[in-house]
Design a protein around this ligand. Structure first.
Ligand code: MSP
Length: 591
């Protein structure tokens, strides 16, 4: 069949578009109307998750923070950037002290048990941290004591008295305007934090105060000079708004009689350091502070949930400015997961255990869902049904189906990456060409995909990257469907060559998808790339040269034997036979 559909001028426009896919990142960024302050020349990258409170077991919100940071760290590694990635647990403070008391356990043992649950979850879910910090470690105490001494010696900490509202649940001081009326679980009238809904109590204590008020202008200057310091934009705006009002000085210690579980104030054993000062310093501890920390600290990026923005965007930069240390490069903020429209809570009974769900949906399935559905700017709702629908549609049917079709022995009896015959899919249309304009459109989209995905990964809008990849996967499925290679006869040399070309193009698309998906679903990507015969040293960002044969270059994969794994890429998940909230009713077809 000859192609009569492609007018030459149109073909040339499309080819030009493909060539433009090599265009610089800045151009693509301009086209996409956003920018990231992450320099392409950056050779080191230090990313952190918040450290997790050990008063309760991990839930999907915690895993979400970790998966976002992990995806970023893996992406940077693909770009051959030297990477450090820290996570860990926040183990001091009143909240933990009370939780250990309630459990009737020794506080350190209590912390160790829950800290291990987080570590186990992260190991299971392929969170590739390089440092796991616990604030009860001696190295951390050294760093906190050092920061304290520097701030004190600079006159930024003074002995005073604090009177005001405190929420133990949030370990946070609140002004009168942040407090409202509420009822507790036993129906008692109580004062609550308007933001978190947690109970607050009036406290009056002599303790140490930090001169936060003196940093307001410096904080505003920092934000004015770097509009990307806090992403996404709406959270940057929120912080700028908060800084329009005066900042009160901050209480940075508690009397030992009330809080024993923490780091004592250097030189004053009757006071314990405020847990947020203690916790925030973890980022410096991991960087090597007070020793050789410079090689990492200036490359720091924090991932945080919206509920802890004030601590990271006001207190933390103020402490750093006070201590004469560089500010973080970016604070990446994400919104929250609700479950069936409600905030997760033990009393409602809607807390989703990520380990339990990962057993059913697989860890890559869980990662994919969180990153595909999680929108940093706004809250998202979790439903098991949504997970099943999404994973079946995108991982099992669309991506898995495409791989399966193109590597099935019926269509690919030699089990090789077949040869691309340029005559049938020429750069410039000829009489022999069989490709039609939709095919050139697909080539253009896949050629541009790495730049598009790069912009979204840089900006931590992973859901948009996955949306773009998915759209291309659909186009490739359309391409294969349109040309129905299974209908072509391998006995006829022309048909065989066209069939090989179709499969070569589809495998090249799959190779690009596999490479780009590595930060999100490392196991599935590995399976896919291994099936295509892509070696470990052919999987970095530089390997994203799509369809070199189309551009007249050599393709190292042509003729290569495919991997021998015959497993499907992702098993379809079955809907529960009986409706119910428990995960064990959900099963994987082949598990
Ligand atoms: N210990 C502090 C952080 C100190 S960092 C110096 C803390 N811990 S936390 O365990 O309560 O929360 C850790 C992270 O989980 C935060 O980023 C928080 O926003 C995130 N999440 C907690 N609940 C969440 C959801 N429901 N959804 C998404 N993320 C949520 O805060």
């Amino acid at each position: 069949m000859k192609n009569n559909y492609l007018p030459i001028a149109k073909a040339f426009r499309l080819v030009q578009k493909i060539q433009q896919s090599q265009c610089s990142l800045s151009v693509v960024r301009k086209q996409m109307r956003f920018s990231s302050n992450v320099s392409q020349n950056e050779k080191s990258f230090f990313i952190t998750t918040p450290i997790f409170y050990v008063n309760a077991s991990p839930h999907i919100g915690h895993l979400y923070s970790a998966v976002i940071a992990d995806c970023q760290s893996r992406y940077k590694q693909l770009r051959e950037v030297r990477t450090k990635f820290s996570t860990g647990t926040d183990e001091h403070g009143l909240k933990i002290q009370q939780a250990a008391e309630t459990a009737g356990e020794d506080p350190l043992l209590f912390c160790t048990n829950v800290s291990e649950k987080f570590r186990n979850l992260f190991n299971t879910c392929s969170i590739s941290y390089t440092d796991y910090i616990r604030t009860t470690e001696p190295r951390h105490r050294v760093a906190v004591e050092h920061v304290w001494s520097v701030l004190r010696d600079k006159g930024l900490i003074y002995k005073g008295s604090y009177e005001g509202w405190y929420s133990t649940q949030d370990e946070s001081f609140l002004t009168a305007s942040q407090v409202g009326d509420g009822v507790d679980s036993s129906g008692q009238n109580v004062k609550i934090s308007l933001e978190s809904g947690h109970k607050v109590e009036w406290m009056k204590e002599d303790n140490y105060m930090f001169r936060l008020s003196t940093f307001r202008h410096q904080l505003l200057d920092w934000l004015e000079a770097d509009r990307n310091a806090i992403r996404p934009e709406r959270f940057y705006q929120a912080v700028v708004q908060w800084l329009q009002d005066d900042l009160p000085d901050l209480s940075v210690s508690r009397q030992k009689s009330r809080l024993q579980w923490g780091i004592p104030v250097p030189g004053d054993p009757n006071q314990t350091i405020y847990v947020w000062l203690d916790a925030l310093v973890n980022y410096l501890t991991v960087a090597g502070y007070p020793g050789k920390h410079q090689q990492w600290w200036k490359f720091a990026h924090h991932v945080v949930g919206k509920d802890i923005l004030k601590f990271h965007a006001i207190y933390w930069p103020a402490f750093l400015l006070g201590a004469g240390l560089p500010l973080p490069q970016t604070i990446h903020v994400h919104s929250h997961w609700t479950v069936n429209g409600k905030k997760m809570s033990k009393s409602i009974g809607n807390v989703i255990d990520p380990l339990e769900r990962s057993n059913v949906f697989t860890t890559d399935g869980m990662r994919y869902f969180l990153l595909r559905q999680g929108v940093p700017d706004s809250d998202c709702d979790y439903k098991d049904d949504k997970v099943i629908k999404l994973l079946n549609a995108e991982l099992a049917d669309s991506l898995g189906g495409l791989l399966n079709r193109c590597t099935a022995p019926a269509l690919n009896p030699a089990q090789v990456y077949p040869v691309f015959y340029p005559n049938y899919f020429p750069f410039e249309p000829t009489e022999q060409s069989r490709a039609i304009s939709e095919d050139y459109h697909m080539l253009s989209a896949v050629g541009n995909l790495p730049s598009v995905v790069e912009c979204y990964y840089e900006d931590m809008h992973v859901y948009k990257a996955l949306e773009a990849i998915n759209a291309c996967v659909r186009q490739t499925n359309g391409f294969v469907q349109r040309h129905a290679p299974w209908k072509l006869s391998r006995q006829n040399i022309e048909e065989k060559h066209w069939q090989d070309t179709i499969i070569h193009v589809a495998l090249e698309c799959l190779r690009i998808y596999g490479l780009l998906l590595q930060p999100v679903v490392p196991q599935i990507s590995n399976k896919l790339l291994s099936k295509l015969g892509v070696k470990p040293n052919e999987r970095n960002w530089a390997a994203l040269n799509f369809l070199p044969r189309f551009h007249g270059m050599e393709c190292p994969f042509e003729g290569r034997i495919l991997g021998t794994d015959t497993d499907v890429l992702f098993n379809r998940l079955e809907r529960p036979s009986v409706k119910g909230p428990r995960p064990q009713k959900y099963t994987s077809k082949h598990a």
